[in-house]
Ligand binder design. Sequence first.
Ligand SMILES: Cc1cc2nc3c(=O)[nH]c(=O)nc-3n(C[C@H](O)[C@H](O)[C@H](O)COP(=O)(O)O)c2cc1C
Length: 301
Amino acid sequence: MKGCGTSSKALPPLKADAASQDIATFLLGHLGEESGHSKIPPPRGARYKYQGVRPAPPEGDRTNTLLVILTITVLGLVGLMVVFSALQAPEVGAPEKKSEGAQIQLPAPKERGGRAIEEVLATRRSVRDYAETPPGLDDLSQLLWAAQGVTDELREFRTAPSAGALYPLEVYVAVGEVTDLPAGVYRYLPAEHRIESVVEGDVRRDLSGAALNQSAVEDAAAVIAIAGVYERTTGKYGERGVRYVYMEAGHAAQNIYLQATSLGLGTVSIGAFDDDEVKRVLGMNEDERPLYLMPIGRVEG
Ligand SMILES: Cc1cc2nc3c(=O)[nH]c(=O)nc-3n(C[C@H](O)[C@H](O)[C@H](O)COP(=O)(O)O)c2cc1C
């Protein structure tokens, strides 16, 4: 308006509103995270238009609309039946809660008071020769906790990250000489921070045989084994889940390395072994695949 004393400015053209952007982000997130497929980036300059409220259909479209509604209803019912039967079926790869052998409660892990993380990172090395003095049950407790211990009681989240929080790893320990613990193979139960007897007696020599006779396996006081149950992760992420399981084994192994260094213990991540032999010696389940062996002992000197 001229001559009224006020000035006006042209506003910038309207862009896709926040709601439509949110929808795009949501859909892309689901493509990437839920289906297990790689996130497909939106094409350059792509915009997502919020459809808003649809206008009422013209009179002639009524029959078509009814047909569409009928089809959707039938499909919905079929969908419901599929979901219902899936819920009835046992969940693929869900962590098993088995209790076979005798269980031993481990001492509570320490969550503070160790060496600074930078110092531990700077001094971590693979150690293959160990002192005679055996580590204690508290040391073993701390190492198992570092590998897969529960740090969020409510959601049962653990020390190491896990794709979709599906926790495909199982941790075993072949004990030879650990104070106050009989020799044998034990499985770690993270939720209870317990170990459960799987095999009785010292299996270190057999385990070393399964690992190309690597001396560190036989000389260690104990050998931690990390196994993966691929189905727990591939059930959600498809074949890509296998790589997630390998990554998680790496996280757990590094946690063990760092915790061992902090405790004055030595370890080395061993990947060279015969899978079937390791499984047999450690009494692992059919669906568990051994990924790492980590001999543990006190550092000499
Ligand atoms: C995937 C993987 C497999 C490994 N397998 C073995 C093995 O079978 N035997 C062994 O003595 N060390 C093994 N190592 C340890 C490496 O030899 C060691 O990390 C490397 O020499 C670097 O030394 P550092 O760990 O002291 O930094 C393995 C390491 C990785 C990451």
